[in-house]
Design a binder for this molecule. Sequence first.
Ligand SMILES: NC(=O)C1=CN([C@@H]2O[C@H](COP(=O)(O)OP(=O)(O)OC[C@H]3O[C@@H](n4cnc5c(N)ncnc54)[C@H](O)[C@@H]3O)[C@@H](O)[C@H]2O)[C@@H](O)CC1
Ligand SMILES: Nc1ncnc2c1ncn2[C@@H]1O[C@H](COP(=O)(O)OP(=O)(O)OP(=O)(O)O)[C@@H](O)[C@H]1O
Ligand SMILES: [Mg+2]
Length: 329
Amino acid sequence: MAVGSVWVAARVCRRVLRRAFSLHKPHSITDMENTLQLVRNIIPPLTTKKHKGQDGRIGIVGGCQEYTGAPYFAAISALKVGADLSHVFCTREAAPVIKSYSPELIVHPVLDSPSAVRDVETWLPRLHALVVGPGLGRDNVLLENVKGILEASKARDVPIIIDADGLWLIAQHPALIHGYRKAVLTPNHGEFTRLSDAVLRDLVDGSDHREAVRRLSQALGNVTVVRKGERDVMSDGEHVLECAHEGSSRRCGGQGDLLSGALGVLVHWALHAGPEKTNGSSPLLLAALGACSLTRQCGHQAFQKHGRSTTTTDMIAEVGPAFRRLFET
Ligand SMILES: NC(=O)C1=CN([C@@H]2O[C@H](COP(=O)(O)OP(=O)(O)OC[C@H]3O[C@@H](n4cnc5c(N)ncnc54)[C@H](O)[C@@H]3O)[C@@H](O)[C@H]2O)[C@@H](O)CC1
Ligand SMILES: Nc1ncnc2c1ncn2[C@@H]1O[C@H](COP(=O)(O)OP(=O)(O)OP(=O)(O)O)[C@@H](O)[C@H]1O
Ligand SMILES: [Mg+2]
């Protein structure tokens, strides 16, 4: 790209960011640009010196009789963002279906087995992050196994992203995640309401999303909470970030799964980058901001091409170009 067009791209990006991100207290435009620069800072360089796996080995826990698409969307998104290996831990009957969607994924048919916790535990030392919940369903046997997987992951200090039916489990047993500083919860509107009803004693002003998210995070012992919606609002109980990056008006299923898979990789990168790259900011909040802006950019680009017929598969095809546009120009 010519120097002139690099400059124009950077300027366009800065303008987009000015509109897109805001911090809890009024901050200058420079502050916002700095925040995006911190997201860029955590992205590992592509070099010839690495071995397979170094840029991320991500596990997805989910996939059952009813839902096979959600874990696929999360797992393939993790790969497309830049992870090297993506594992899916699902039920026996979901496994051949998920395998048939893509040869890129490593699929373990263990989630409904009596040895599920041990089976996943043997993989934990090799995983950089676990995304729990996409397409998990609400079967009690599976949820019991997931409780054990969460305990084993915490004991090993593995970063955990909890989404979808994983959040259903947390709403019933908040202690499972309370105070775990390497956890990120990604509720949609309904999931956020369910969690707040379960965890918060006093009512929160529903119109003040920032305060509602901050309060929920605090009540859960400062786990990072990302509330998805017209604007994505995220907090670690102390700081609040907001992402209103232009997305699309399509609300087809699976977009949250794309976000959770992308977040798995970005959380690993952010934690691995170290404090000198994140400049004292919460690595999990930076990862969340990155995943939200990327998902919305994918929606925007896919919608420009496909309009009303846009589906999550079209958005996944945009992950590469969207990533470049946001983080590599
Ligand atoms: N292709 C697939 O396999 C997909 C599977 N999915 C899975 O489907 C399962 C259920 O996820 P859902 O997101 O449908 O969760 P829910 O079953 O909690 O919600 C069902 C629907 O009810 C509505 N709703 C719920 N609570 C609401 C509230 N308080 N206010 C307004 N509307 C509310 C929402 O429209 C929501 O989509 C999860 O395992 C999820 O991962 C989704 O990820 C979509 C794609
Ligand atoms: N009203 C909206 N306007 C613009 N973007 C939105 C809106 N609602 C959600 N999004 C974006 O869509 C993405 C997925 O959020 P959504 O609330 O659809 O998740 P979800 O319901 O968990 O999805 P899934 O169907 O995968 O379970 C997020 O990046 C979010 O920013
Ligand atoms: Mg969801």
